[in-house]
Ligand binder design. Structure first.
Ligand SMILES: Nc1ncnc2c1ncn2[C@@H]1O[C@H](COP(=O)(O)OP(=O)(O)O)[C@@H](O)[C@H]1O
Ligand SMILES: [Mg+2]
Length: 256
C-alpha cells in the first residue's frame, strides 16, 4: 500500500483546517482539523447532536463554512459547490435513495455511469461505446462482490443490500475519496456487519471517511477514529485506543 501512497506524492486527498460552522449562536462544528491520505480509512464518531452531519455537509459543500478550509488534493475548495467537488474526485451517498427499484442491479449501475457530470458524460460519449460502459459496470459490480445479483431487480434486494448498492453507484464517478454519513443507520445488526464487510472489500486505494454512530461498524472499518463532541474533536486514536478511552466511555455510556 505504500507504493499506492507515493502515486499521490504525499498530498492528502482531503484536508480540513480549523473548519467551523455556526447556526446563529450555536457552534455546531468548531475548528475541526483532519488529514486524509490515499487509502486511509478514517471515522468520525460522536453522540447525536455532536455535529457529525453538519461536518459532512461542510466537507461535501452542502453548507458554506463559517470559517476554516477544505482542501481536496491540495486545492482549496472551501467555496466550491458539491458537484464541483464530485468532479474533482469526492463521492458521497445520499440519504434519499437514488435507486430505481424496478430495474435490475446492472441497469442501475449502467444508468449511474451514463448519468455522470456533464464533462465526464461528454468524455464517455466521445471515447466509449456501449461496450466500454458495460465493462465498467461489470468491473464495479465485481469489485463490490455484487456480480451474482446483477440481474436481480433492486426491489428484491434486502434493505442492507440496497444501501450497499447506493455506495456502488457512488463509485461510478471513480472517486479518490468516499464520504459516508451513517451508512449503517436503519440497518439491523446483521446488516450492519455485512455493510462493514462490504466497505472493507472496497478498493484499498480509495480513501474513506466514515461518519457514524454505530461503533461496531467503525471499529471494523476504520484504522483511525476521531471523536466529535459538541462540534469539537475530543480525541483521535486507533480503534483500540478509542475503545479504551475513558472520555469516550463517558460520552457514550454516561459513566465515570
Ligand atoms: N440547519 C440547521 N440549522 C440550525 N441548527 C442545526 C442545523 N443542522 C444541525 N443543527 C444543529 O447542530 C447541532 C449538530 O447537529 P448534527 O450535525 O445533525 O449532529 P449529528 O449528526 O452528530 O447528530 C445540533 O445541535 C443541531 O440541532
Ligand atoms: Mg447525523
Amino acid at each position: 500500500m505504500s507504493s499506492d501512497t507515493s502515486i499521490e506524492g504525499g498530498t492528502p486527498v482531503l484536508e480540513l483546517n480549523g473548519l467551523s460552522k455556526s447556526f446563529g449562536g450555536l457552534h455546531a462544528v468548531r475548528g475541526v482539523t483532519l488529514k486524509i491520505m490515499p487509502g486511509d480509512r478514517k471515522a468520525i464518531i460522536g453522540p447525536n447532536g455532536a455535529g457529525k452531519t453538519t461536518l459532512f455537509n461542510l466537507i461535501t459543500g452542502i453548507f458554506p463554512s463559517s470559517s476554516g478550509q477544505v482542501l481536496l488534493f491540495g486545492r482549496d475548495v472551501t467555496t466550491w459547490q458539491s458537484h464541483q467537488r464530485t468532479a474533482l474526485g469526492m463521492a458521497r451517498t445520499f440519504q434519499i435513495t437514488s435507486l430505481f427499484p424496478k430495474l435490475t442491479v446492472l441497469d442501475n449501475v449502467l444508468l449511474a455511469i451514463q448519468g455522470l457530470r456533464p464533462s465526464k458524460f461528454v468524455m464517455w460519449r466521445f471515447m466509449s461505446s456501449y461496450r466500454d460502459v458495460y465493462d465498467k459496470a461489470h468491473q464495479l459490480l465485481e469489485q463490490a462482490a455484487f456480480l451474482d445479483r446483477k440481474d436481480t431487480e433492486v426491489r428484491y434486494l434486502s434493505h442492507g443490500e440496497q444501501r450497499q448498492l447506493e455506495i456502488v453507484l457512488g463509485l461510478a464517478s471513480d472517486p479518490k475519496v468516499l464520504l459516508l454519513d451513517e451508512p449503517a443507520a436503519g440497518l439491523s445488526s446483521g446488516e450492519s456487519v455485512e455493510m462493514a464487510h462490504f466497505l472493507m472489500r472496497l478498493d484499498p486505494k480509495l480513501a474513506i471517511l466514515l461518519i457514524e454512530h454505530d461503533m461496531d461498524v467503525v471499529f471494523d472499518v476504520a484504522r483511525e477514529i476521531s471523536v466529535l463532541h459538541f462540534g469539537e474533536v475530543l480525541e483521535t486514536g486507533t480503534p483500540d485506543q478509542i475503545k479504551k478511552s475513558q472520555k469516550v466511555q463517558e460520552i457514550y455510556l454516561g459513566t465515570g
